[in-house]
Design a protein around this ligand. Sequence first.
Ligand code: GUN
Ligand code: FE
Length: 424
Amino acid sequence: MTQTTRALRANILHAPTLGKIEALPHGVLIVEDGVIAGVFPELPEAYRGIETQDYGDRLLIPALCDLHLHAPQYPMMGMGMDLELLEWLNTYTFPGEERFADPEYAEGIYAALARELVKKGTTRAAIFASVHLPATRILVEELERAGISAYVGKVNMDRNCTGGLMEQAERSLGDTRVFVEELLARGGSVRPILTPRFSPNCTDALMQGLGALADEYDLPIQSHLSENESEVQWVRSLYPGAAGYWESYARFSLFRPRTLMAHCVHSDERERAAIRDHGVWVVHCPDSNVNLMSGIAPVRRMLNEGLSVALGSDISGGSTLSMMQIATIAIRASKQRRIETKGEDAFLTFAEAFYLATSAGAQYFGEGPGFRAGDPLHALVLDDGALPDSGRLPLENRLERLFYAADDRTIAARYANGKKLEAV
Ligand code: GUN
Ligand code: FE
């Protein structure tokens, strides 16, 4: 037994399988050198006498994961929500991202964003930066300083955007290579991910170069797919011979295991089959999809069909960073779909949404599902002591209530990568 073996005692709730929450009342989680050794109903004999952090009647859950957000859009959160995607990008998003040419501006915004992610209990994320290399480096530093594990991508775009963001393919690929090599050498909690913004913003030459880079360094990829009807039509006109939107990525070897595709609201059966067969992940962003009037993705159907699905805030298409809220918005959106399909599409249960917000995201990082022995500890301690009847209610109800009706003031402690994070 190492010197840093420790026990956390609390009401443990986690989701080792989709749709089922495992609860251990006053259970014990053992951490050795920041790595989970196991969760137990009682302190095992072998660990008797070790240092124990007793959280009493509080809840201990895996920390939250946000697998799709745009860091430079943080200042625009909650703005421009009367527009659909393409108009919104041109009016708010592109001008807002142009400001990240200024590293000083980036520093202030990214430091605040990293603190806010911690505050909201998100310790693992997949993040779009902007096209700017210096600002993207700053984002990496701020996330590492805050203790967050993340995939970060320098955005690539070399067509159909405003002058301030427009890149030349060669320069875009060169900067991306520099960023990737720097980050791999750094070996910290932030890892590189290739980030072609979406097909309409990337020439074939750029896509081809990114596919080659993905092969060379075995890199993951993140982008957008079938979010909005006008966007889908646009892509259809840009790739006349293609079987579907997905093919605009697949033909450049960008549609593969560890590719994250945000949205997939309008993916038809054939596209969903391609997603599954290529091992691509869908990142469902229900708050953004309603705000920008994109539609409601058939998430329950995707799960039935065997697709990998995780959740994203997609700020600032989404207007909250709280993955607890995003989980309940996903449930509401699925219920709206159930209403509209007259019951044909099932809704997401709370247990399923809890899994998507914790276990699914962790699996993208090669961890979980649930608190799994051998994984670095990412956890939140939730305190519902100020809410009515918490001493009497079943644990599952207390957890559901915290997701639906509470806010980040109930997060009493946060652990990321085995370390307790500073109070924020
Ligand atoms: N598609 C291309 N860029 C974006 C973006 O910044 N946000 C969203 N929601 N969709 C996009
Ligand atoms: Fe997005």
